[in-house]
Design a protein. Sequence first.
Length: 138
Amino acid sequence: MKVYLAAKFELKNTMRQARDLLQRDGHIITSRWIDVEHQEDSSHTVTDALRVEYAIMDVEDVLKADVLVAFANPRSEPGIGGGRHVEFGIALHASKKIVVVGHKGEHIFHWWPGIDFVDGFIELADLLEQYDGKIQAG
């Protein structure tokens, strides 16, 4: 199954670990953003042209996936950015299966019908195993 991991950019090292675990289970991870090497989106080393390239890459990768896995934070936790919320919306619009890891309620779309919630990686791996063969490959 093809899986897109949507999380805060600062969690890319954790997402690399998640990718490695899920790949061992036979999943294909479409999230190329986790291999992007720059410090932050506002870095002076990241040009506008590169930002455009990253945005296009992320949309393509979400659309390639069968399942989007969104890593959520408590609503009360402050944060900058929000690309992962856009990715969530793209997956929702494209009728992708969505799984949220963590806290329910970061935004209103966590209540969209059919979204599944898990507490962590073990539960995520178990749920993806249940999906295998039931979700149409994209």
